[in-house]
Write a protein that binds this ligand. Structure first.
Ligand code: ZN
Length: 520
């Protein structure tokens, strides 16, 4: 204890000789990437106050969780999510975020793909007041700023519009956003030039942080995967933000096998002094909309009404169909698009491939797709467009973290972290458990500048998970994406049990967290 005491005082936590709760005898992967250890973890209030041999240190515990045979790790931090879009105006069920907690996720970064909030302080304060199951940080959004200032316009931004967007980003950063997201793949963000994005994101430069992007092209749609990576690196470098390639992938047959080339570009950028990382979900299908996956971007300029006018014009419709045919080929053909959701009108098609629906209608695949987009709206799709080798190549890279990209209609929302553990650590194994835990906790905290979370260490917040390596797995599937994962025994968020004995407790222990900003 004599050695322990000054360390604890330095960390700002009270000395530990009694703890509220002791997680005893588990195998601890502490999030640093170091080898696992058999140690006990003591929690008092919302902090970890003891890591070591509790018996030897004569630690008294109010309550004991027996973790022999189980794995203890820091709560996972999910850097790229959609599940909290619309915050704070979400139902309590959504705010509870049980699907994430049952995967061991205790902190999420909301606002992926450029759709993050502009009123960061209001959103996070209000969300915490209403109650959150997971800690929540936010990225602000390039797309949100552009939509606020320019609507759905495909025009280049004027200098005045750039100033307005830049001011919105600066304000959001001053309120504690961790960085800025973009979704340059999606209309209308796709209409922004690289120079426009850089000029707007300079609003974030004084604050620093992460530029997280669903990049312009993960395939061969427009500028191509590698040029798109170069663009993302350039945007980060010229704005002074860390570049994060959100859900990094090689999408479609034209770019299969390019994972190594992407990683090489990242390595070269780091060697020249620019920090660039990526996150990844462990699934061969991406989740998007039928329109986003097949329609040419020019056909979407101006929004849905403009699209419908273009479809109504037979010559324009023919041009759209020609490009859709090529986009469908890129993704792997009509049997690789599984329709997964949308409104009530989409229900008859859910669980069927585009090929099946086209056969039922007796029409060609792209004509069927365009008719669905016209009459039903943008139906969600799971698009099976990645190959396993690229997924594994990305996963093994030390600069690729885990993320869920969780959204409705795809099992990644409920199953990402247990799937990665089951499939790529325990069954195959592609990476070690140390690396899995590091890529899903401590590394994310380091990249995003999240203090006091992501590692099992004295003084850190008590976001701690306990899971059973024998039973951990995802239950969600592409056909049944809304199923809680199994194997997570205990999940503590700020010291409170959000999952106890494998059952969610419903407790709302999460915080709406904002970066403490210091203008550079
Ligand atoms: Zn995305």
């Amino acid at each position: 204890m004599t050695l322990l005491l000054p360390l604890l005082l330095l960390a700002g936590a009270p000395a530990a000789d009694s703890v509220d709760l002791l997680v005893r005898g588990g195998t601890v992967y502490d999030g640093s990437g170091r080898a696992s250890r058999r140690v006990d973890v003591g929690i008092r209030g919302d902090r970890i106050v003891f890591v070591g041999d509790a018996a030897q240190s004569r630690i008294a515990a109010g309550r004991i969780v027996e973790a022999a045979g189980l794995i203890v790790a820091p709560g996972f931090i999910d850097p790229h999510t959609h599940s909290f879009e619309g915050l704070p105006n979400l139902s309590e069920e959504r705010r509870r975020n049980t699907g994430a907690l049952m995967q061991g996720v205790t902190t999420v970064v909301t606002g992926a793909d450029g759709r993050g909030p502009l009123e960061v302080a209001r959103v996070l304060i209000e969300a915490e007041r209403l109650g959150l199951g997971t800690n929540t940080y936010a990225l602000t959004g390039f797309g949100s700023a552009r939509a606020r200032v320019m609507g759905n316009s495909s025009a280049p931004a004027t200098p005045a519009q750039i100033d307005s967007m830049k001011a919105l980003i600066a304000k959001a950063m001053s309120e504690g956003a961790l960085g800025v997201g973009s979704g340059l793949f999606y209309a209308p963000q796709s209409y922004a030039t690289t120079e426009e994005v850089i000029a707007v994101l300079k609003g974030a430069t004084p604050y620093g942080g992460v530029y997280d992007t669903h990049q312009r092209d993960e395939s061969s749609y427009t500028i191509g995967l590698l040029n798109s990576v170069r663009e993302a690196i350039r945007i980060g470098r010229e704005t002074g933000l860390t570049t994060n390639l959100g859900h990094v992938k090689a999408l479609g047959v034209d770019v299969w096998g390019k994972a190594d080339s992407v990683l090489l570009l990242m390595r070269e950028a780091r060697a020249s002094g620019h920090q660039v990382v990526a996150d990844q979900y462990p699934w061969t299908a991406s989740g998007t909309g039928l329109g986003a996956s097949l329609l040419p971007r020019w056909s979407q300029a101006g929004g849905r009404d403009s699209l419908l006018l273009r479809i109504a014009d037979s010559a324009t419709r023919d041009r759209i169909l020609v490009e859709m045919r090529d986009n469908l080929r890129r993704r792997g053909g009509d049997s690789t698009l599984l329709l997964t959701g949308g409104g009530a009108a989409a229900r008859p098609y859910v669980g069927k491939t585009l090929k099946q629906v086209a056969a039922e209608k007796g029409a060609a695949a792209v004509e069927t797709a365009l008719e669905l987009i016209r009459t039903v709206g943008d139906i969600g799709v799971a698009s099976f467009n990645m190959n396993e080798r690229d997924i594994e190549t990305f996963m093994k890279d030390p600069y690729v973290m885990t993320s869920s990209d969780g959204s409705g209609g795809h099992p990644r929302l409920y199953g990402t972290y247990p799937r990665k553990i089951r499939r790529y650590v325990l069954d195959k194994p592609v990476i070690t458990m140390e690396r899995m835990v590091r890529a899903s906790s401590g590394q994310v905290a380091a990249v995003y500048g999240i203090p006091d979370r992501g590692e099992i260490t004295e003084g850190a917040f008590a976001d701690v998970i306990v899971f059973d390596p024998k039973t951990i797995r995802e239950e969600a599937t592409y056909v049944e994406p809304v199923k809680l994962s199994t194997g997570m025994r205990w999940v503590f968020v700020n010291g409170q049990a959000a999952v106890a004995e494998g059952v969610p407790t419903g407790v709302l222990a999460g915080k709406g967290l904002r970066k403490v900003v210091q203008e550079k």
